[in-house]
Design a protein around this ligand. Structure first.
Ligand code: SAM
Ligand code: F3S
Length: 453
């Protein structure tokens, strides 16, 4: 019987991607099968997030629970990967001695070796180094499960926003070579993938040497991916405003495959706070990127991230954030309360906005943006939408689920054979977290030999 691995993922889409790759590697190299049930697993992996304190502490609480599982079945191995592992390294084993493996986001491909060394030596193994792009070279070929897939195009972040731990846990920006990305996308397309999401912590910071003189930018990468036969829709996340030049905005007018959706974190509407965050743009510059995107693609949906309660954020600063959100009418957002991260520059500043005030601000901002997103959903009712049918509906097994260009789920009655295809739906209803639709047929309403009168 094959051994089983259970992976518990915290945090961002990069971690979701890495978790899938861990399973692929362990399956390919050691024959492990994934399981959702930690109690039956031979190997339990935590892929952790340290971007906010809460997420980090949750890892240690959950690790405590696994200790009992391990006490009952001593052969079980426990591993901690991701950003908490990268930050804490061997400290994790000191705090939770039942942990056998500690590996970072850039060393997950070494998991089989770490397991072998753990078994041979009986000692916990820690490897949280940053061996540049080596990770990509050691990953098994892309697997496709359905018509959509994620493709990582760059790793790490060199922006060093003053509040953020990511540059320290994932290392500096490293781009994956152009040919490698294109080969992976082409392989996925050959296996039926119709929509790819290009992933990176700062995806539009992707760069590649072209001919020794020129450098290729992210827009060039998008153009190349759009040329791959079979790829009908391209998404990318997360983009950074500092790298969002006019060429990228204009690509949304030129490349029909580009989904009409961009996630573009703004963090704050106050220039004073943006400067203290070291974001590298002003609120006006951010607004002009949005204007350019909307003139390139009038139906584009823009979502964002915000942090409220950054050190020194006054009521007036917050009002500027509310004004920016009111003006730009985002189609969704993640609003976070500032969380002090030891080791970041902002950690030296007094965390002086009281928790109750942070909570009030986050609720007010989230409610404003959610209101806009709901209005956008309602405005879609009656509209014709090009959607990718992704599988059976989670709500009703007799129905199918699809994704709109602006990243909403639509449930509709339809035949199984439509899965994996782009079709046109008419939106009939907007619900809180999804839409309902009905297929639009391009066939004539009545057969030709009927008398239309
Ligand atoms: N690369 C993305 C960008 O362009 O900004 C951000 C990636 S970060 C992992 C995801 C989000 O977490 C950020 O956009 C920010 O809103 C939030 N975040 C990061 N550090 C935080 C902190 N110390 N406290 C609260 N939220 C934080
Ligand atoms: Fe973090 Fe800023 Fe990079 S939010 S991931 S340091 S762009």
């Amino acid at each position: 019987m094959s051994r089983k691995v259970h992976v518990r993922t915290f945090g961002c889409q990069m971690n979701e991607y890495d978790s899938r790759k861990m399973v692929d590697i362990l399956r390919d190299r050691l024959g492990f099968e994934p399981t959702d049930d930690a109690a039956e697993a031979d190997l339990i992996l935590f892929n952790t997030c340290s971007v906010r304190e809460k997420a980090q502490e949750k890892v240690f609480t959950d690790l405590g629970r696994v200790r009992e599982l391990k006490a009952a079945r001593p052969g079980v191995l426990v591993g901690v990967g991701g950003c908490v592992a990268s930050q804490e390294g061997a400290q994790i084993v000191a705090r939770a001695p039942h942990v056998d493996l500690v590996f970072g986001p850039q060393t997950l491909h070494r998991l089989p070796d770490l397991i072998a060394r753990r078994v041979d030596s009986g000692q916990a193994q820690v490897d949280v180094s940053f061996p540049e792009i080596e990770k990509f070279d050691h990953l098994p070929p892309a697997r496709a499960e359905g018509p959509t897939a994620f493709v990582s195009v760059m790793e790490g972040c060199s922006k060093y926003c003053s509040f953020c731990i990511v540059p320290y846990t994932r290392g500096e920006e490293v781009s994956r070579p152009l040919e490698d990305v294109l080969t992976e996308v082409a392989e996925l397309a050959a296996r039926g993938v119709r929509e790819v999401t290009l992933l990176g912590q700062n995806v539009n910071a992707w760069r590649a040497p072209l001919d020794g003189v020129e450098e290729g930018d992210f827009t060039l990468l998008l153009e190349c991916v759009a040329d791959i036969p079979g790829i009908e829709r391209i998404r990318y996340t997360t983009s950074h405003p500092r790298e969002f030049g006019p060429r990228l905005a204009e690509a949304h007018a030129r490349l029909p495959a580009l989904a009409p959706h961009v996630h573009l974190p703004v963090q704050s509407g106050s220039d004073r706070i943006l400067a203290a965050m070291k974001r590298g743009y002003t609120a006006l510059e951010y607004r002009s990127i949005v204007r350019r995107l909307r003139s390139a693609r009038p139906d584009i949906s823009i979502t964002s991230d915000f942090i409220v309660g950054f050190p020194g954020e006054t009521e007036e600063d917050f009002e500027r954030t509310m004004a920016l959100a009111a003006d730009l009418r985002f189609d969704g957002s993640f609003c976070f309360m500032y969380s002090r991260r030891p080791g970041t520059p902002a950690a030296a500043l007094p965390d002086d906005v009281p928790d109750v005030e942070k909570r009030r601000r986050v609720q007010a901002l989230q409610a404003l943006v959610d209101g806009h997103a709901a209005e956008i959903s309602r405005s879609m009712v009656g509209r014709r939408e090009r959607v990718l049918v992704t599988g059976r509906s989670r709500r009703r097994a007799s129905e199918l689920a699809a994704r709109t260009g602006n990243n909403r789920v639509v449930n509709f009655p339809g035949a199984e054979r439509l899965v994996g295809q782009f079709i046109d739906l008419r939106i009939t209803e907007a619900l809180a977290h999804s839409l309902r639709g009905e297929p639009m047929t391009t066939e004539p309403a009545c057969s030709l030999d009927e008398d239309p009168a």
